[in-house]
Unconditional design. Structure first.
Length: 187
């Protein structure tokens, strides 16, 4: 019983940290800090692709990053922009994945590991569940939804970062390529 309370307390602390991070990100986004950073880096063209890719992964920074990547793709090699932006997105996803996996998903899974919840634990241990979480996570990363949701699903599946990296790179590079193609058609 004491262990459950400790895990729940630790989970609550981490959720408070996430909430504080979300509030800070909203404040920075409303203040235009992300847009200023991305506007300044897009002048650096290809380096700006990498930096905009870093911001392409988060709910709070995806809009200005998308605009920056679209503008950079209009003036540069669209495939190079997609590759460099995808590399930046991998770094952003790894940071988010490490945080989500080490702080939130492990604690959520451990809450279900008590005798009353044995059935739920068995579901988490099924190979089908493991692959389903990876697939759903990849779908979310490839979609306009925030990568945080997909990364959390992949964290629940206990996916290793060495497997996440190529998945993230390919999916984000394709997304950035599509952004660049749309920007060229509009612009």
């Amino acid at each position: 019983m004491k262990n459950t309370r400790a895990v729940a307390g630790h989970l609550f602390e981490n959720l408070l940290i996430v909430a504080a991070s979300v509030i800070a990100a909203i404040f920075l986004a409303k203040a235009g800090i992300f847009e200023t950073i991305l506007t300044q880096t897009k002048e650096l063209e290809l380096i700006g692709s990498f930096i905009a890719g870093l911001f392409f992964t988060s709910l709070f920074t995806v809009a200005p990053a998308t605009v920056a990547l679209g503008e950079i793709a209009q003036a540069n090699n669209i495939f190079l922009v997609a590759v460099l932006g995808g590399a930046g997105a991998v770094i952003g996803d790894l940071v988010l994945f490490k945080f989500l996996k080490s702080h939130l998903t492990d604690e959520l899974v451990s809450l279900f590991s008590h005798p009353k919840r044995k059935r739920a634990v068995k579901v988490f241990n099924l190979k089908v569940f493991h692959w389903l979480m990876i697939f759903l996570g990849a779908v979310v990363i490839a979609s306009p939804l925030p990568d945080e949701i997909g990364l959390m699903l992949m964290g629940i599946s206990k996916l290793r970062p060495s497997i996440l990296m190529p998945i993230s790179f390919v999916l984000n590079s394709i997304g950035i390529l599509i952004v660049g193609l749309v920007a060229r058609q509009i612009g």
